[in-house]
Design a protein around this ligand. Structure first.
Ligand SMILES: NC(=O)c1ccc[n+]([C@@H]2O[C@H](COP(=O)([O-])OP(=O)(O)OC[C@H]3O[C@@H](n4cnc5c(N)ncnc54)[C@H](O)[C@@H]3O)[C@@H](O)[C@H]2O)c1
Length: 395
């Protein structure tokens, strides 16, 4: 996939097996030093060939190992990565190479944006979510622990992605071989973002993406190499087209511009941190929360489609199609322990997409398009949240 940057310097996203074996191959003006920012859960066989290759080509390297959790997606971790870059004496022409999921891509990318006011970053995503989403588009971030203010009762709030920068990568390497060690639950969660892209793909020149995903879902879940490479490449193309039209999320277009990538996310962000949730896993055993981000996004897509149906913007069959996709994938469609829907609604109002106190939702329309809806009727949103309650299960 060829991606156009705002500064007109294109970058390439490569998708395939074994790409990380030679991560600098074909890069114009290759770096002399590379800082590897590595996910602590990646197995040694994923990392060692990369280091061997850097040694063979006389590239000096250093490593910063990151624990992939939202608590450690912090400024303290960022400082550790920057210090490692300093120790390696990284220069302007050098590069950061991230190897990991979205957390590592975000923090490693932010370090590259800040160090010496910007060095190159090569993103090496190793989760499905990071391949189709986090590694592409140039958003980098860390979380921030914010002290209490007059509006919050909590002592501190961990606000996700509050600190960040737009910093486009010089290359993205989606090595599908890395997905073999990814826990299946993480893989499934990543598919929720693919369903989101499918819901907006019509306006991005791939009207068949959702139907194709549905048709090939069994092969995708079995990680059939060619099918896997195709779904990743097509999803990246959808995200890249949205980002190219509105790189800094400033478009006032009725479809939301880049904001349309937040389809389902206002619901998801309100549900994701809730304590005490449980649901039935694919084997019908009870799974206890917290939800993974992608699992919450799947539920958010369902709520958004049900809201769109209630507002007569989309047929009810769209929500049914999403529910079927989630069920076949083994993602949750119903929750136990969901608090009062008004409580979830209040959390949605706190979401960063609130403009001037009004709730703005991105809703799916037929034909793979989206629309921003401001101030949807509260009862419609409450009903969508309520629809997630498992029938017969008490809260
Ligand atoms: N910048 C963006 O545009 C953007 C977009 C979407 C999400 N994000 C961010 O991405 C993060 C979520 O990313 P994620 O879902 O990849 O989660 P993650 O980075 O937490 O990774 C998920 C888990 O998989 C492990 N892992 C990663 N690759 C592995 C592999 N190949 N084998 C074995 N284990 C592996 C990690 O250690 C972690 O435990 C969030 O912080 C979110 O804010 C950013």
């Amino acid at each position: 996939v060829q991606i156009r940057r705002r500064d007109d310097a294109d970058y390439r996203v490569l998708v395939g097996e074994g790409l990380l074996a030679d991560p600098l191959a074909g890069l114009p003006d290759p770096p002399r030093r590379v800082l590897l920012v590595v996910d602590a859960n990646l197995p040694r066989p994923t990392i060692e060939p990369i280091i061997r290759r850097l040694d063979q080509t006389n590239v000096r390297w250093g490593v910063s190992i990151l624990a992939a959790n939202e608590h450690d997606k912090s400024l303290a971790t960022l400082e550790r990565v920057l210090a490692e870059a300093g120790r390696l004496r990284l220069e302007r022409g050098d590069a950061v190479l991230t190897l990991g999921g979205g957390i590592v891509c975000d923090v490693g990318g932010l370090a590259a944006a800040l160090y010496r006011r910007g060095v190159r970053v090569i993103q090496g995503p190793t989760t499905l979510l990071a391949m189709v989403d986090a590694a592409v588009g140039g958003k980098t971030a860390a979380n921030l622990l914010v002290p209490a203010d007059a509006l919050s009762s909590d002592k501190h709030r961990l606000v996700k992605n509050l600190v960040g920068a737009f910093h486009q990568p010089c290359r993205v390497l989606c090595d599908t071989a890395t997905l073999r060690t990814l826990p299946m639950r993480e893989f499934r969660a990543g598919l929720a973002e693919c369903f989101k892209h499918g819901l907006i793909a019509g306006a991005q020149g791939d009207a068949r993406l959702l139907a194709w995903t549905q048709q090939h879902l069994d092969r995708i879940l079995a990680q059939h190499p060619a099918t896997l490479a195709e779904i990743i490449a097509r999803n990246i193309a959808v995200k890249a087209r949205v980002v190219a039209k509105d790189p800094h999320e400033l478009s006032p277009a009725p479809d939301g511009g880049r904001m349309m990538l937040n389809l389902g996310h206002t619901f998801a962000h309100a549900i994701e941190p809730l304590a005490g949730l449980s649901w039935l896993s694919p084997g019908q055993s009870l799974q206890i929360g917290p939800l993974k981000h992608g699992e919450a996004v799947g539920l958010g897509l369902l709520c958004a489609a049900r809201t769109a149906a209630a507002l007569k913007l989309a047929p009810a069959s769209l929500a049914q199609q999403i529910e079927q996709l989630l069920t076949r994938t083994g993602l949750p469609t119903h929750l136990r322990g969901l608090p009062d829907s008004r409580q979830v609604f209040t959390r949605m109002l706190d979401d960063k997409k609130v403009a001037g106190g009004s709730l703005r939702l991105i809703l799916p329309l037929p034909g793979g398009r989206a629309r921003v809806v401001s101030n949807p009727p509260e009862r419609v949103v409450l009903a969508a949240i309520d629809s997630l309650r498992e029938p017969g299960a008490s809260a």
